[in-house]
Design a protein around this ligand. Sequence first.
Ligand code: FE
Length: 208
Amino acid sequence: MSIELPNLPYPYKALEPLISENTLNTHHGKHHRTYVDKTNALVKDTPLAASPLDSIVRQCAWRATADPATMPLFNNAAQAWNHAFYWHSLRPMGGHGPQGSLGEAISSVFGDERRFADAFKSAATGHFGSGWAWLVVSDKKLKLHNSANQDNPLMSICEVQGTPVLALDVWEHAYYLNYQNRRPDYISAFFNVINWNAVAERYAAAKK
Ligand code: FE
């Protein structure tokens, strides 16, 4: 079974001017495509060749710690999964903040929506180097988590394990064409294009 590059759920220019067409074209069309292509090349003729992407990620996460030869497959498969999740964390401008039970949970854990945004932005800004900032449901509770490089909370090796409900790519390739080294500006822009409906659906599923 071949892993497919998923289409973006919106046109490349849909997040302008906060995340440009050029950024999305490069990020999705080149970076994400490369992770998918490398995953397919590395998984070919292995016992994982018929597995879906999330299964490849989970199985490689622990294998890679014991067998470094599986690390390239793990790296690329995890990045392929992370990017697909990230695209569906975004939507064109004009929506609302967290509503309903998600909004109540955010207020309960972080104080209110603004304090949540401050905590998320601070964590994402402070992450050193390439990686991801996550909002995760862990033990039925919302938690923030940063992960390095390709790691994500699906993995048993991750410090905070759980079900991701929101992801932010903080690799430079996600923002350099728009914001150069100004990661905080990219993170502030991200808060104007979060797909809160998708986050709420993930949260409801994770709480079941
Ligand atoms: Fe990326």
